[in-house]
Design a protein around this ligand. Structure first.
Ligand code: KIV
Length: 292
């Protein structure tokens, strides 16, 4: 029973304190969230990566607040234990503090999320402060931040020079000062990520940022073999679910064509007397129609 107790920010801080790494994975719908939660994962990110993994966009930029709220609602309906973070999509917080607070509030009030995540460092610190002041838990996101892909010049590893390290550290400290409760580092060398983590007191999680942080995030479609566009270097494949789905649906397709499905065992039964009554009625009716 205690195993199913909902994870909260206190749980995550305590895990960091005792050096226990948090497992963190994305989910975007009810069935996947249920499997993920049953597996005992500590944290779920309903990422705007759903734009690519689920909606078929080339980037995360077209994802809307309504897309995110719908996905978060489905996920939180399924989750009993994991801490659920809703990802604020492009232009839901960049324009103003007011937009940021209203949209962050929707993740909590309408979708029952535990926290929101937003990209950006020092220049977003004011927004983070505004959302925190509204009583909402915030996860910052630094490094490869997909909503700034144009400025970053594409999907590139970040923090690979002294200047880049200094900038990342400056951004991380600014977020912590602004009240961010957690930080996510994306696509950063292991050693650099560790140096940043060691300067902060909030939990620091990573995706493609090595193994010396307080927890590890992956995109569920990547580890299950359900995203064909590309596989990042840091991903370990645990299954080939995409292949399994194609094989299974091909078998179904072939069964329909050959008549191997459905068969007797898949039919709904009917009592013989009822069937006789229907048949008699049909015979009589058809007889009458023919006679007219
Ligand atoms: O949307 C997402 O899944 C993310 C991760 C790539 C960090 O933001």
């Amino acid at each position: 029973m205690s195993e199913r107790k909902k994870v909260n920010i206190g749980t995550l801080r305590a895990m960091k304190q005792r050096g226990e790494r948090a497992s963190f994975i994305t989910a975007y719908d009810f069935p996947l969230a249920r499997y993920v939660d049953r597996a005992g994962v500590d944290m779920i990110l309903v990422g705007d990566s759903l734009g690519m993994t689920v909606l078929g966009h080339k980037t995360t930029l077209p994802v809307t607040m309504d897309d995110m709220i719908r996905a978060c609602q489905a996920v939180t309906r399924a989750v009993e234990r994991a801490f659920v973070v809703g990802d604020m999509p492009y232009m839901s917080y960049q324009p103003s503090d007011r937009d940021a607070i209203i949209n962050a509030g929707r993740f909590i009030a309408e979708a029952d999320c535990d926290a929101v995540k937003m990209e950006g460092g020092k220049r977003m610190a004011g927004r983070v402060r505004a959302i925190v002041d509204a009583g909402i838990l915030v996860m910052g996101h630094l490094g490869l931040t997909p909503q700034s892909l144009g400025q970053l010049g594409g999907y590139r590893v970040q923090g690979k020079s002294l200047a880049a390290y200094k900038q990342l550290l400056d951004d991380a400290l600014a977020l912590e000062d602004a009240g961010a409760h957690m930080l996510l580092l994306e696509a950063i060398p292991n050693e650099v990520a560790e140096l940043i983590r060691n300067r902060l007191s909030i939990p620091v999680y990573g995706i493609g940022a090595g193994n010396r942080l307080d927890g590890q995030l992956v995109i569920v479609h990547d580890i299950l073999g359900m995203f064909e566009e590309f596989t990042p270097k840091f991903i370990k494949r645990y299954a080939e679910v995409g292949k399994l789905i194609t094989e299974s649906i091909t078998a179904y397709h072939n069964d329909v064509k050959t008549g191997a499905f459905p068969t007797e065992e898949h039919f709904y039964p009917i009592a013989l007397e009822q069937l006789d009554e229907i048949r008699l009625f049909v015979e009589k009716n058809e007889g009458q129609q023919k006679a007219q």
